[in-house]
Design a protein around this ligand. Structure first.
Ligand code: ZN
Length: 297
């Protein structure tokens, strides 16, 4: 075997090893290319619009008194969000309130930038406030991973479970759905569409990320009870429009294709919501049982 071949073999081996480490060690910490891939903005229902990318969901609630934006995403997404808001005919600088699904970098790293560009008030669920204000450093899972840190951002209003966020005629309710982060928030609102009032649910995240310790987690001792609470809450919410922090929670691309074909109700999916919550709850219970049977060292 000549030197070149050896190099090639070594390089391939290294790449394989690296891929294994990346895949098994910190898959959740890697940024998915779809996160920064543009997606067409569209009207969902009532005063609610989608202004996110292919992989990261953002919602605009537009009112004559200014707008509410849910999620700021990575800093690289901020120009995409701005372009989407403007494409729909709204002014980005009219965003008055910024909310998040939960304090992970893919939903909140751009918050400092958006606050600076718009002067929006940043409103965050109580248990996620220390994470947001430390730029991710106090996160129980990712706090020491430099790639997952972001500019610390001051919170203007601390939210508690059941709090309402109001602007103009828009009312959003913050539901604490913890576990994925300690202050993970599921947003609900009502929209008037076709003369009917409909329930919207924007799921914060019910997911147990790779590496999450559900048993014996000293940094988050009540994590399993918190997931329990999340599934109780999610199971209790009435849902017509099923949405979430990532489009893949609610199969956005398939629904968007139907929507473009002229089905305005494509995003109304109460059955899909129930199935999704049931499937995620089962995944949590399976992982919890697995970890309890074989506790991590
Ligand atoms: Zn997350």
């Amino acid at each position: 075997m000549n030197h070149d071949n050896r190099c090639r073999v070594t390089k391939t081996l290294l790449e394989t090893l690296l891929a294994v480490v990346v895949f098994t060690g910190c898959a959740a910490a890697q940024n998915d290319p779809a996160w920064t891939e543009p997606f067409p903005p569209f009207h969902i229902a009532g005063n609610l619009y989608y202004v996110g990318s292919k992989g990261l969901a953002n919602y605009l609630i537009a009112t004559p008194q200014g707008h509410i934006l849910i999620n700021s995403d990575l800093e690289a997404n901020v120009p995409l969000i701005r372009a989407s808001v403007e494409k729909l005919g709204f002014k980005f600088t009219d965003i008055r309130i910024l909310l998040i699904s939960h304090a992970h970098w893919d939903h909140d790293a751009g918050s400092a930038m958006i606050k600076q560009l718009t002067g929006a008030k940043y409103m965050v669920m109580d248990a996620d406030v220390p994470v947001v204000e430390s730029g991710g450093k106090s996160d129980f899972q990712y706090g020491s991973a430099p790639a997952n840190l972001y500019p610390p951002t001051k919170v203007d209003r601390v939210l508690h479970d059941g709090d309402e966020v109001k602007l103009g005629d828009a009312v959003l309710v913050a539901h604490l759905t913890p576990g994925h982060t300690k202050g993970c928030t599921t947003w609900t609102m009502k929209v008037s569409e076709g003369g009917q009032m409909r329930n919207v649910v924007i799921v914060g995240s019910p997911n147990v990320n790779p590496g999450y310790k559900l048993a014996g987690n000293t940094l988050y001792p009540r994590i399993a009870e918190d997931y329990d609470r999340t599934f109780r809450v999610l199971n209790s919410l009435p849902c017509d429009y099923f949405l979430g922090a990532h489009g893949n929670y609610f199969d956005m691309e398939t629904k968007y294709a139907r929507f473009k074909e002229g089905v305005p109700t494509a995003f109304i999916d109460p059955d899909g919501y129930q199935k999704y919550v049931a499937e995620r709850e089962q995944a949590f219970r399976t992982e919890l049982a697995r970890q309890r049977a074989a506790p991590a060292p």
